[in-house]
Ligand binder design. Structure first.
Ligand code: ZN
Length: 99
């Protein structure tokens, strides 16, 4: 199970975006990657309008990002607890549930 999901705040651990915080806008399970808002933009020409260039986010490997706990604002690899048959993420620092 992925420890990171859409709408999470994450920090990038390596590469040219190292240390930058961003928001997860998509998770690509098959590629083991995430899309981060305004990170790793690739220019793409608009097929219908040759003068217009679109910028789209390209995936970044999950291993390059770490979750930021919204409660204590620290980076964390969350642990998983089972509650009512559901897996929930728990911060190792403040022990709060990460939704
Ligand atoms: Zn925390």
């Amino acid at each position: 199970m992925f420890s990171i999901k859409k709408e999470d705040e994450v920090m990038i651990l390596s590469g040219k975006y190292k240390g930058i915080k961003s928001k997860v806008i998509g998770v690509l399970h098959k590629k083991y990657s995430v899309l981060l808002k305004n990170i790793n933009l690739r220019k793409k020409r608009n097929k219908n309008n040759k003068n217009s260039i679109q910028e789209n986010e390209s995936p970044i490997y999950l291993s390059k990002v770490i979750l930021i706990c919204k409660k204590c604002n620290k980076t964390v690899r969350p642990k998983f607890n089972i509650e009512n048959g559901k897996k929930i993420r728990v911060c190792r620092h403040c022990n709060q549930i990460i939704l």
